[in-house]
Design a protein around this ligand. Sequence first.
Ligand code: HSE
Length: 415
Amino acid sequence: MKIAILGYGTIGSGVAEVLRINQAQIEKKVGEPVELKYVLDLRTDIGVDNDKLISDFSVIKNDPEIKLVVETMGGIHPAYEFVKACLEKGKHCVTSNKALVDAVGSKLISIAREHHCNFYFEASVGGGIPVIRTIYHNYAGENLTEITGIMNGTTNFILTKMREKGADFEETLVEAQHLGYAERDPSSDIDGFDTSRKTAILLSMASGNRCRHEDIYTEGIRAVSKLDFLYARELGMTIKLLGSVQQVEDKYFAYVVPMMIPKSDPLFSVDGVYNGIRIVGNCLGTTMLYGMGAGKMPTASAVVSDIIAAVRHQHDFQGIGWTEKMIQIEPMSSNAFAYFVRVEGTPDAVKKELRELFLEDSSKLVPIALGGRTDEFAFITDVMFEGDFLQNVAEFEEKTGRRIFHFIRTEKEED
Ligand code: HSE
C-alpha cells in the first residue's frame, strides 16, 4: 500500500521512522509492503528525499496510488479539509490529532462510512497506549460504567515533581519547560483542556454517541500547592489530574479535575510523564492500561498500528467511532465526592459547624494539622453531592467568619 504523511513534525517524522525501523515486521504482518510515497510539508530542509517532499496537497488527493493518508499536522484547519477530501476520494485516513477528532470526529466517521473507507485515531488518546481499539474490540461486550485516567504527561510530570521535591507549582512548571516537557504556552496542558478533549473522545467511544469537550467541567492544576501535597502525604494519598467519564443507567457524568487519591487506587503509582487509564466494566471489573501517553515514538507507534489496521481492512468499513447524535452530560453539581478541605484557624471553635455541614451523624471529625501549625488545618468530608458541598462551604464561611482556603475532590481509602 502506498501512503502519504501530511505534516512532518515530531509525530509525522516518527511515523516515517517506525515504518523504516519495523519495515520487515510490518510487511510480514500485513502481507504487503507499506511504502511512503509523499510527505506534505512547507519546509524544505526536513531530511526527506526531494521526490517525496511536496507542498501541494492536490497531488496526494488526486494520486490514485495513494490509498492511505496519515494526518499529523495538528489543529483543525486545514487538517479537516484535507482529511475530508481524502475520505471522499475513498482513501483511508489515520490521525493523531485529538483536536480534530474531538471537534469533527463524528462527521469524518460518517464521511468514511459513506465512502467505504476507514478513519482511525488511536494516537489521539493516551499516545502509545491502545485504549481506543481496546474499547472498540476487547470491551465491545461490556457495559462500561467508568473510564478514569491520567491522560496528560506534562501535568503528571509536574505533580510528581511537586510531590517528590516538596516544590510549588510555578517553580516546577518552569523546570518542566526547561526540560522540554511543558510548552512555552502551557495552558492547554495545565488548565486541563488537553485532558478534557481526550476525555470527550473516551466518552464518545464508550457511549457510541457524540459529546463536546466544552460541556465537560474542567479544572487544571494551577491551584494545587505544596501544602496540599504535605497534607496528602500525611493522609497516605497523592494528587493527580484525572479525566473521568461515568455512566449510571442512561445518565452520563464527565469531568476533569485534580483529585486526591489513596494508595489503593491503581492510578496512585502512575508517575512522571506516564499515563494510566482505568476502565471499569459491569462484567470485567477494573483493568488499567499503562504506558507512554505522549512523545514522538510511542505516539508514532500508535499511528502505525492504525496504518496496519487500514491495510488489513482496506476493503471494508470498520466503524470505529460514534454517531452524530449528541449526548447530554449531567451538571457537575450532581457528581458526588468526598472533599479534602483546608480550613482557616484551629478546629476547636468550628467543630460543631463542620460536623453539621460536612459529616454524617455517625462520622467523626478527624482534623489534620501540619507540624503544629495554628493558621490552618484540614479534614475530609463524607461523600456528598458537589452542589450541596459548595452551598455548605458558603454557609460555613458565613456562619463562622472562617475561610475555607482550598478543597480537592477525593476518594476515601477503601477498607
Ligand atoms: N501535551 C500532551 C501531554 C501531549 O503532555 O500529554 C499528548 O497529547
